[in-house]
Design a protein around this ligand. Sequence first.
Ligand code: DGY
Length: 308
Amino acid sequence: MLLITRDLPPDVLARARREHETRELHLQGPFAPQSVLDNLAGVDAILCNAADKFDAALIADLPASVKVIATVSVGLEHIDLEAAAARGIAICNTPDVLTNATAEVGLMLMLMAARRAGEGERLLRAGQWKGFSATFNLGRDVTGKTLGIFGMGRIGRRLAEMARGLDMQIHYHNRHRLEPALEAGAIYHTDDASFLGAIDFLSINAPGGPQTRHWLNAERIGMLRPGAIVVNTGRGSTVDDEALIAALRSLHVAAAGLDVFNNEPNLNPGYLTLENAVLLPHIGSATVETRNAMGFLALDGIAKALAI
Ligand code: DGY
């Protein structure tokens, strides 16, 4: 029996039903562990997503029949991997297939934030556009600027490739320096001050979790050049919201483009009144092609784990 916690694209659901007896919960909104615990009879596999928090307590309460948890996400912060390993439960995620889609959203956020796209569209829809003016809605060029990538994994590297198409110079900060073929000319910084002081755009592509929690805090924001632009398509937990909101208000950070937030979907309300913040509802991987590929990969992982 496959327990499916959330909605899935139709083709993915059809395949899941062909391959398994399914119990489909279609959960919406914040996760309540009890909704899983109440539905575990006969379950050997669970298909969930990043909104479902499988912490140590929930994993400890899973019956022995559960052999695998597959998440339709590349991020794994919502699953206690140690607790799962201790119970012998396999964990599968969906790397690679969302790399392009998420990098596209990173680039889109850079462009939208720099060119004040959200602000202009809101104004037009409100009937306040007075026609072309040489001084109206002036943003900043993206082409030729310096992009700093915090977290130069698959998505960060794909964003770098796309940004090179805009003649951007790439700098990055990572736990480890990449081999030259992966670096592709990007400049590696070991320390925050040299990295943040060298860039016009900061893209956060690092995973969440304790090691990156509130990495972008007031101190590091202070190391950015005045007028820098920040985008985040990684995890909201990497940002100290109060610090970023203060910097957006003072315009030390000229604009931000955010697709991920602390405490989704209840983001810090301070963002909502900021014209210089582009806010997207965690759609980095939200294309038909990508979500199908993610769902199929998760089902592949389940098939493999159950065959062992
Ligand atoms: C991921 O795959 O981790 C995306 O953020 C969607 O959850």
